[in-house]
Design a protein around this ligand. Structure first.
Ligand code: AMP
Length: 295
């Protein structure tokens, strides 16, 4: 496994791999790897000839310099986790390598980027989309693996790929969770023991909503009420937003009959903001693989 920090070196390699007809599987991450990332890497290993994982902590994705500086970084540990599962290359560019002085081109996926996470974090998806298109151009992947945990991000990037005719297949992988159901996240290490216990409420609440849906409830309003009640009963949780939308356009839904519905939640525990989501749809709407469709 080789760790590459320069885009010029990565580009030479990926051009060679493409010329050899190798299918590149690409997993973009911010490092501080956990089982959620590794499940995507394993799927990439299964589907592609060559696996490239990027580790890029993008300053544009943080609300302050302090938050950016504090983000956990440990390249040696990440490399130790990736090497045994057959990753060929880690691409770990600096911010300066990605955005050299004078960089001035940005991608904005309009509409989809202005809701939910986009309301709480203006400009966030512009940074995400810009960093990813840069990475796609450098890495030239056939398959890109993204997690359902960041459902809105996956929907936006799928739209960008369609709009711009990028020759890429986005593969959305299911959420990997810890034992109590909390979605794995690099940010979970920030939680105090009390906050960590409290954070389990997000998945419990989403599951309550799912149970209600499975028992026949189709009113988004009534499902939201039950989820909200559960979260608000946890004093350490500060709810940011809770939304039920369709899973492609992210438009709010009232009636969940014959819909692919996405329930998204964001909440803060102490200083740590966490997101989670769940997909709801009737049996007949599910694909043959049982996977629900996002984006
Ligand atoms: P991050 O390093 O947090 O920027 O995440 C990089 C990629 O890993 C994104 O596509 C995330 O959606 C995905 N990811 C992060 N956590 C999980 C998880 N618990 N389950 C599945 N995918 C995840």
């Amino acid at each position: 496994m080789e760790i590459i920090t320069k885009s010029a070196r990565m580009e030479v390699l990926t051009q060679k791999l493409r010329a050899e007809q190798k299918a590149i599987g690409f997993v973009p991450t911010m490092g501080a790897l956990h089982e959620g990332h590794l499940s995507m890497v394993r799927e990439a290993r299964r589907m592609a000839d060559v696996v490239i994982v990027s580790i890029f902590v993008d300053p544009g994705k943080f609300r302050s310099e302090k938050e950016f500086d504090q983000y956990p970084r440990d390249l040696a540990r990440d490399a130790d986790m990736l090497s045994p599962i057959g990753v060929e290359y880690i691409f770990a560019p600096s911010a300066n390598e990605m955005y050299p002085p004078g960089f001035s081109s940005f991608i904005d996926v309009e509409g989809l980027s202005d809701r939910m996470e986009g309301v709480s974090r203006p400009g966030y998806f512009r940074s995400v989309a810009t960093a990813l298109i840069l990475l796609f151009n450098i890495v030239r992947p056939k398959f890109v693996f993204m997690g359902q945990r960041d459902a809105q991000q996956a929907v936006i990037i799928k739209k960008m790929v369609r709009d711009l005719h990028l020759p890429i297949e986005i593969v959305v992988m299911p959420i990997v969770r810890e034992e109590d159901g909390l979605a794995c996240s690099s940010k979970n290490v920030y939680l105090s023991p009390e906050e960590r216990t409290a954070a389990g409420v997000l998945y419990r609440a989403l599951k309550k909503g799912e149970e209600l849906f499975n028992s026949g409830e189709r009113s988004a309003g009534r499902i939201i009420k039950v989820i909200r009640k559960e979260i608000e009963a946890q004093p350490l949780a500060q709810l940011d937003y809770l939304a039920i939308t369709d899973a492609e356009h992210l438009d709010p839904l009232d009636d969940l009959t014959n819909q692919n519905a996405l329930v998204t939640v964001a909440a803060t525990f102490g200083k740590t903001r966490l997101i989670d989501d769940i997909l709801l749809c009737e049996e007949k709407m599910k694909s043959k693989t049982g996977r629900l469709k996002l984006g």
